[in-house]
Design a binder for this molecule. Structure first.
Ligand SMILES: [Zn+2]
Length: 166
């Protein structure tokens, strides 16, 4: 159905353009058969306006048709790009930046951290997915445990107390 409209729209657009040019040409010829300029005007005006209208409609149809085709192509490209991203990162690609942000860790010199970790708080460090940090040889931080376990309560981070964790 969609495909049929695409080809139909393109053909209709071309048809309108050709018909418009033919009408302009006919009007020009009709005007040319009179030497009296006052008799030329009706031909020029009616042929010119009707022909121009047809050409404009045809051009609009062609533009709409090509935009539809472009959009279909664009959507296909975006889907392919998303698939590639998902394969590369191992994460479902998402349009929501907030959702993607929760999957990111902060990469330190030798370990990676949750963005909320106090060890990296206030430091300008790179954010990346966990998989990327691990493949770069970084260890998960022992304070904030960013590898996916339960988040440690950072309000009582004293390891000597022995009451940390669950
Ligand atoms: Zn940390």
């Amino acid at each position: 159905m969609k495909l049929r409209w695409n080809t139909l729209g393109g053909k209709l657009g071309l048809l309108f353009c050709v018909a418009g040019l033919a009408v302009i040409w006919a009007g020009w010829n009709g005007a040319g058969s009179y030497n009296d300029i006052r008799k030329q005007f009706p031909y020029l005006i009616s042929g010119g306006i009707a022909g121009l209208a047809l050409v404009v409609i045809g051009a609009a149809l062609l533009i709409i048709q090509s935009q539809r085709a472009d959009r279909v192509q664009l959507e296909a490209n975006l889907t392919e790009l998303r698939n590639i991203l998902e394969r590369m990162t191992g994460l479902p690609a998402s349009n929501g930046a907030a959702e993607a942000d929760t999957n990111l860790v902060v990469a330190g010199p030798s370990a990676y951290h949750r963005p909320t970790c106090k060890l990296v708080a206030g430091r300008d460090l790179r954010k990346m997915p966990v998989q990327q940090a691990e493949s770069a040889g970084l260890e998960p931080c022992r304070t904030c445990a960013p590898e996916g376990g339960a988040e440690v309560d950072l309000a009582s981070p004293d390891p000597a107390s022995g009451t940390r964790g669950r």
